[in-house]
Ligand binder design. Structure first.
Ligand code: SAH
Ligand code: SF4
Ligand code: F3S
Length: 439
């Protein structure tokens, strides 16, 4: 047995899982572990999983199968499954895959050190509770460890919206917000450790309503307080729901200089009939008017979105409405998915769209979105943007970072260090990134 033990975490799914994995790593560091990038060296392997689409969930079982040889070679190896598949199918995982020693749902991570000890003693440890206490308050931190220039910070979890296609309300539980005081504390600590940009996370981050001075704070109020922190230069948030885009948050996009001009605001469909069947509780028109108000507050804001095609009962006319909405909004970037039937969700019971038809629609939508994305990237050429540099690029002497609009930007990096924010003139637009010169 090696000393200290090594932890390997593989993370799937959304940014909230990335944040959770960081926090689990920190907590296990307190329990005598160090992180490793290689599953082959590990004494504990954790898969932090995603249940959002069928493919994502199936990956877990194929990945687990590959660990058999590692376990044969190292009987002390323990294997755990965390995240949304753990929550949704924990007991089935234990049944289907005897290699698994530990299953921990997303709201129980603070119990991980104790569960690991039980697994090490030869028990099977499973915890998919929705405990009263806040896992983030209970999870151990490593306050002084150095960090890179960007960080995620989860401020809100869970969802009460119950879109008819979505597993999140079941895997993450009811909507809840972390106290503003805790968020500010954590943000200050991140900044002391070298962080210059924080992305606030939540499944419905703009539904945030955490306890702060003088009562519950909105996300806009939290952002304004974060903007007061010296050394924190950039603030972002994701993912938002159109119905929680309050006036004060729209206004913050116009008045808070540290709030970056990029907003991920999923609409899912441009057809009112489908939106209704999805239980989205807004219309296509309402969404387009909302974007107009946001753009009035911050004209250069880049809008991003999520789309589902082939939702049950979607007709060609419904799909055309989606294409029309995309044309009208003009996205800087967007993610589109073929509807995936999720067990236990209302839409799973309905008439499914022919798979080949759904594939064809997805390709048509993606072609349009790619055109828009390219056009927006090309419109950056000749402009001057702020870039937060993160790391050396692939070519010698190159540095890469993200623009205010979240485009990847690389420059010939004489004298630029990770964490530097520089004005950059964009000179070229490639398929996935921009090139520029630092001014
Ligand atoms: N909370 C966020 C998104 C969560 S999941 C929101 O409300 O927008 C991220 C994206 O996955 C969703 O926006 C949706 O586009 C997609 N998605 C969710 N369930 C899906 C399903 N069953 N099939 C295909 N895509 C799905
Ligand atoms: Fe899922 Fe809808 Fe909640 Fe987003 S708002 S997490 S899509 S149920
Ligand atoms: Fe996936 Fe769970 Fe995130 S289902 S998208 S990991 S909230």
């Amino acid at each position: 047995m090696s000393d200290p033990r090594k932890l390997y975490i593989k993370t799937y799914g959304c940014q909230m899982n990335v944040y959770d994995s960081e926090r689990m790593t920190e907590a296990m560091t307190g329990a005598g572990y160090v992180g490793t990038d290689s599953a082959g060296d590990a004494d504990l392997i954790l898969l932090n999983t995603c249940h959002i689409r069928e493919k994502a969930a199936e990956k877990v079982y194929s990945e687990l199968g590959r660990f058999r040889a590692l376990k044969d070679a190292n009987p002390d190896l323990r294997i755990g499954v965390a995240g949304c598949v753990a929550q949704a199918e924990g007991e089935e995982i234990m049944r289907r895959q005897p290699l698994v020693d530990l299953v921990v749902g997303p709201q129980s991570y603070h119990r991980l050190p104790e569960m690991e000890a039980r697994a090490r003693a030869g028990e099977k440890a499973l915890d998919t509770d929705f405990p009263e206490e806040d896992k983030f308050d209970a999870l151990k931190r490593r306050p002084r460890a150095k960090r890179g220039p960007t960080a995620f910070l989860t401020v809100q979890e869970g969802c009460d919206k119950f879109c008819a296609f979505c597993v999140v309300p079941y895997t993450r539980g009811a909507e809840a917000s972390r106290p503003a005081t805790r968020v500010l504390e954590e943000a200050r600590d991140l900044v002391e450790r070298g962080v210059r940009e924080i992305t606030l996370l939540g499944q419905n981050v703009n539904a945030y309503h955490g306890a702060g001075e003088g009562g519950d704070w909105s996300l806009a109020r939290l952002i304004r307080a974060l903007a007061e922190i010296d050394g924190l230069e950039r603030i972002r948030f994701t993912t938002s729901h159109p119905n929680d885009m309050s006036d004060d948050l729209i206004e913050a996009h116009g008045t808070c200089a540290k709030l970056m001009p990029y907003l991920h605001l999923p609409v899912q469909s441009g057809s009112d009939r489908i939106l209704k069947r999805m239980n989205r509780k807004h219309t296509a028109e309402g969404y387009v008017r909302l974007i107009e108000r946001i753009r009035a507050a911050r004209p250069d804001i880049l809008i991003s979105g999520d789309f589902i095609v082939g939702f049950p009962e979607e007709t060609e006319a419904d799909f055309q409405d989606t294409l029309n909405l995309v044309e009208e909004v003009g996205y800087g970037t967007a993610y589109s998915f073929k509807y995936s039937t999720r067990p236990g969700t209302p839409a799973a019971e309905r008439a499914q769209v022919d798979a080949a038809e759904a594939d064809a629609r997805l390709q048509r939508l993606q072609a349009l979105l790619t055109r828009q994305q390219r056009a927006v990237q090309e419109s950056m050429v000749g402009r001057e943007v702020g870039v937060l540099f993160e790391k050396p690029g692939r070519l010698p002497g190159q540095m890469v970072g993200k623009s205010d609009y979240l485009h990847a930007v690389h420059v010939a990096g004489s004298g630029i260090a990770p964490g530097d924010i520089r004005r950059v003139r964009i000179t070229e637009s490639g398929p996935n990134s921009l090139a520029g010169v630092a001014l």
